[in-house]
Design a protein around this ligand. Structure first.
Ligand code: FES
Ligand code: FES
Length: 181
């Protein structure tokens, strides 16, 4: 039964509708991790500075440590667990950021992660940046676009190379193919 100290919230997480009884002070990040078991959403600074807790909320990337979970009533949330599924996985591909599985492979190829703590948030921010850019990116724009996501291990070069590979090289190849046809 719904306790007087909690609020019933109904939301979609990774394409599945769920109802949760939530304490008013719980953040969305804590609820995703502790009530939904979605620990790919990391908690670093817990004050909006590091980007480790980034999720997609009604199609926009947000920092889930800065949002109370009760604000998420009737919204659509995607975490790294849902976003990283490929089209052959069981989950429906209604997920936003269809480039994210390719980007995750590029991160592996380019050694764009070491401890991996920043990686879920970094992948989501990178996919948002790449998809919004339409391929109009260079090193400087990528560094600026990811300036809200902190990585303590990699020096960022592998991350930049991955984004370049997926969003600049592939876009250029597609454009070149289209002009030949
Ligand atoms: S944990 Fe949310 S921005 Fe750092
Ligand atoms: S890979 Fe360790 S913080 Fe980024």
């Amino acid at each position: 039964m719904n306790s007087p100290t909690t609020h019933r919230v109904s939301l979609s997480v990774n394409g599945r509708r769920i109802e949760l009884d939530i304490e008013p002070r719980s953040t969305l990040a804590n609820v995703l991790r502790e009530k939904c078991g979605l620990t790919g959403t990391k908690l670093g600074c817990e004050q909006g500075s590091c980007g480790a807790c980034t999720v997609v909320y009604n199609g926009q990337q947000i920092r889930s440590c800065l949002m109370f979970a009760v604000q998420a009533d009737d919204v659509d949330v995607w975490t790294i667990e849902g976003l990283a599924q490929t089209s052959t996985d069981q989950i429906s591909r209604s997920a936003p950021l269809p480039s994210l599985p390719d980007l995750a492979q590029a991160f592996k190829r380019n050694h764009a992660l070491q401890c991996g703590f920043c990686t879920p948030g970094m992948l989501i921010a990178s996919a948002c940046l790449g998809q919004a850019s339409g391929g109009d990116l260079d090193d400087e724009k990528i560094r600026e676009g990811l300036s809200g996501n902190i990585c303590r291990c990699t020096g960022y070069q592998g991350i930049i190379e991955s984004i370049t590979e997926v969003f600049i090289t592939e876009t250029s190849d597609l454009k070149a193919m289209a002009t030949k046809q």
